[in-house]
Write a protein of this length. Structure first.
Length: 156
């Protein structure tokens, strides 16, 4: 079973992906991939040479159609696989979306859905619920409002 580890900071060279826990109109935003019957947080891998903040903004747009939003880094984290000893690192973000546009058709997501409570059928049930919990702690500890987040940001 994978182990999720959280860090205050990590070497940028280790960060291979960005995951965004997002809200829109007070509800959690989850994505349904075209090839799966489960839900996941927006996110994905960095392109070569791409800053992780830019990867987060790009993935948020590609997977949700978010046009106007505020984005805040929460923490870095890793997923450790005890069986293989492999550990992969990513950056966790929170996004407060103000405007959703159409979902870009050329990418892998079929649709987004809004949830008051997280879905029961996660794509990564051993990982993403922990990421959501970490974002909830971040929001509670910072009492973050949209005005305190970076933005507005729009993908390039």
């Amino acid at each position: 079973m994978p182990e999720v580890r959280f860090y205050l900071e990590a070497d940028d060279r280790l960060l291979k992906f960005a995951v965004i826990v997002a809200r829109y109109q007070g509800q959690w935003v989850f994505c349904k991939h075209r090839k799966r019957n489960t839900y996941e947080c927006p996110g994905g891998h960095r392109e070569p040479g791409e800053p992780v903040d830019q990867a987060a903004a790009r993935e948020l747009y590609e997977e949700t159609g978010a046009k106007d939003y505020r984005l805040a880094p929460v923490c870095s984290y890793s997923v450790y696989q005890p069986e293989s000893g492999e550990e992969s690192y990513g950056m966790l973000y929170f996004a407060e979306i103000q405007t959703l546009g159409p979902l870009p058709a050329e990418f892998e997501m079929e649709r987004i859905e809004l949830f008051t409570e997280p879905p029961a059928n996660w794509t990564y049930p051993e990982i993403q619920p922990q990421l959501l919990d970490r974002v909830r702690l971040f929001l509670k500890s910072r009492a973050a409002s949209p005005a305190e987040l970076k933005g507005p940001q729009r993908p390039m």
